[in-house]
Design a protein around this ligand. Structure first.
Ligand SMILES: *[C@@H]1O[C@H](CO)[C@@H](O)[C@H](O)[C@H]1NC(C)=O
Ligand SMILES: *[C@@H]1O[C@H](CO)[C@@H](O)[C@H](O)[C@H]1NC(C)=O
Ligand SMILES: *[C@@H]1O[C@H](CO)[C@@H](O)[C@H](O)[C@H]1NC(C)=O
Ligand SMILES: *[C@@H]1O[C@H](CO)[C@@H](O)[C@H](O)[C@H]1NC(C)=O
Ligand SMILES: *[C@@H]1O[C@H](CO)[C@@H](O)[C@H](O)[C@H]1NC(C)=O
Ligand SMILES: *[C@@H]1O[C@H](CO)[C@@H](O)[C@H](O)[C@H]1NC(C)=O
Ligand SMILES: *[C@@H]1O[C@H](CO)[C@@H](O)[C@H](O)[C@H]1NC(C)=O
Length: 492
């Protein structure tokens, strides 16, 4: 972005060519960008240079007091240049620096005093190097640092107090390193942190309380690690003190279980990414404290066998390519209030698919079935009966695809279902054992306070593969999309 901006500035008509060194472009605002086969910072450089970018150069080393002759420089970048040596005092006499970007180079270690005294530094980008270790004093005194990017390196270890000066930090990216463990209190000094990325490391566990004190954290990315378990015993609550969090990614971790009390009050959490795990179930009250949840990604959980029956009250399975659903798929979801199945490839459904456990108390209020190629022959008579009997609860108008004489006719209006074997048999509504008692509509208003949160699970299932959905797992990768809203579980 910044680079693009500077590029745009060069194209500005009034270029200050007079003092601009060969291989560089300078603009009137004091930004200088050099590229090409230069091996050193060109000299002389305009005195008023405040922003120097060396991009795709041959600058391999920065020597002592390298920037001393640029007293006004506040932003400095060497990127894509194969830089592999930094003098410990490279930025000596440049205490005015606000931004240093050394991204995409060949740095493998950083001499610890190199950033010493840069108390005005706000941005430090070290991403895309080969850094294997970080000295515990490297970030000492960077009290104004708001953004630190160490991603895409080979860091295996972080000292417990390496971040102790970084009380102003808002953004920390440690993604794509080789971290296997984190000291329990590593992040505790980062009281202002808003974005924390630790994805694509080798973390096997998370320490209890690791994120305590990050009261302003909005985004926590922990995906693609090797985390099997989260601390499960109170008071070892992993995500308990994150009241501002809006996005949490845990996907692609071999999680085996989730603790009953995973999260504290998280009213702002909108997106939870939980796919690609080894979870076999989730806690019954998983969503109890996520009252603002809009999107839940639970797909590709091949081990998921059972979901707590109180988990969902509002399932949106519409606009998938579902061709069939197993008979008991909704059975245990006894809080289910609404099921949307429109725009699928369903030809029929098991007659009692909407019969929920404790169905006498089923909260099922409305169903959508339109946009499916319903088979209105006698083979689906039970289902058709259910549709007719529950017309008040079907929000759309499902129509028949077969037989041809009934094509595009409303399913609800089909009274006689011709059967090839015994064409004269009239299928009556009493025949199907499918009557699912539903609440009297008037009781809706007195039902518990449903949240309106919507959850989404999106799989990358190839859209053109026929999907005979026969898995007992309600959330296999056959589903392109699953939206649901969670009940305030346990309050019913
Ligand atoms: C970075 O170092 C590697 C070996 O460590 C080398 O192969 C590569 O050419 C270097 N890159 C540059 C841009 O110098
Ligand atoms: C950041 O730098 C400013 C001076 O520009 C200073 O006033 C402020 O105290 C510094 N912030 C911290 C947290 O030290
Ligand atoms: C929800 O959050 C509150 C406050 O943080 C906590 O006391 C409660 O145990 C949490 N509930 C669950 C089910 O985690
Ligand atoms: C419903 O839950 C019970 C346990 O409560 C379980 O044994 C059963 O297999 C579940 N049925 C379905 C269809 O998921
Ligand atoms: C369908 O049910 C859901 C959940 O109870 C409710 O939010 C929604 O308003 C209902 N829609 C209609 C049209 O009744
Ligand atoms: C629920 O319905 C079944 C039959 O469908 C009946 O045997 C049972 O007594 C009912 N339970 C209650 C609590 O009404
Ligand atoms: C049913 O509707 C579809 C789409 O509108 C149309 O192509 C088809 O010809 C109709 N079939 C009959 C029998 O009217």
């Amino acid at each position: 972005m910044a680079l693009g901006l500077v590029l745009a500035l060069w194209l500005a008509p009034q270029l200050v060519r007079a003092e601009c060194p060969a291989g560089c472009t300078c603009n009137k605002n004091g930004a200088v960008m050099c590229t090409g086969s230069i091996a050193d910072i060109p000299s002389p450089m305009p005195v008023h240079t405040y922003h120097l970018i060396l991009h795709a150069t041959h600058v391999r080393a920065l020597g002592k007091d390298e920037l001393a002759r640029l007293p006004l420089i506040t932003r400095f970048a060497v990127t894509h240049s194969g830089l592999d040596a930094l003098h410990p005092q490279a930025f000596g006499q440049s205490q005015q620096l606000r931004s240093i970007k050394l991204s995409e180079n060949n740095l493998s270690s950083l001499p610890s005093p190199v950033f010493m005294g840069l108390s005005l530094l706000e941005e430090l980008h070290l991403d895309g190097n080969q850094i294997t270790s970080i000295d515990r004093m490297l970030f000492e005194g960077l009290v104004n640092l708001t953004e630190l990017d160490v991603s895409r390196n080979s860091v295996t270890y972080l000292d417990a107090d390496v971040f102790r000066s970084l009380g102003s930090l808002r953004f920390l990216n440690l993604g794509r390193n080789l971290l296997a463990r984190l000291p329990p209190a590593l992040f505790h000094p980062l009281a202002r942190l808003q974005h924390l990325m630790i994805y694509s490391n080798r973390l096997q566990t998370l320490e209890a309380g690791a994120f305590d004190g990050l009261a302003e954290l909005r985004e926590l990315k922990l995906h693609s690690n090797r985390i099997q378990s989260l601390p499960r015993n109170v008071p070892e609550r992993t995500f308990y003190h994150l009241p501002d969090i809006t996005k949490l990614t845990l996907f692609k971790n071999p999680l085996l279980f989730l603790p009953d009390q995973l999260v504290g009050h998280m009213p702002k959490l909108k997106e939870l990414y939980l796919y690609g795990t080894k979870l076999t179930t989730v806690p019954w009250n998983l969503f109890a404290n996520m009252t603002g949840l809009e999107s839940l990604n639970l797909h590709l959980n091949s081990e998921l066998r059972d979901l707590p029956r109180d988990l969902f009250c509002f399932l949106l399975l519409n606009n998938n390519r579902l061709r069939a659903l197993p008979e008991h798929i909704f059975y245990n979801l006894s809080n289910l209030q609404s099921i949307q199945l429109h725009e699928n490839r369903l030809r029929s459904l098991p007659a009692n698919i909407f019969t929920l456990k404790m169905n006498n108390r089923s909260a099922l209020q409305n169903v959508t079935l339109g946009g499916n190629p319903w088979d209105c022959t006698c083979s689906t008579a039970g289902m058709l009966d259910w549709i007719r009997d529950h017309e008040n609860h079907i929000l759309d108008d499902p129509t028949c695809q077969e037989p041809f004489e009934l094509q595009n006719i409303s399913v609800a209006s089909v009274r006689h279902v011709p059967c090839p074997t015994s064409p004269a048999v009239r299928v009556t509504t009493s025949q199907g054992s499918v009557a699912t008692p539903v609440h009297n509509p008037t009781s809706v208003t007195s039902s518990p306070h449903w949240t309106t949160s919507t959850l989404a699970a999106i799989s990358n299932h190839s859209p053109d593969t026929p999907t005979a959905h026969t898995s007992s797992s309600a959330f296999s990768d056959h589903l392109r999309m699953l939206y649901a809203c969670c009940c305030p579980c346990g309050k019913t």
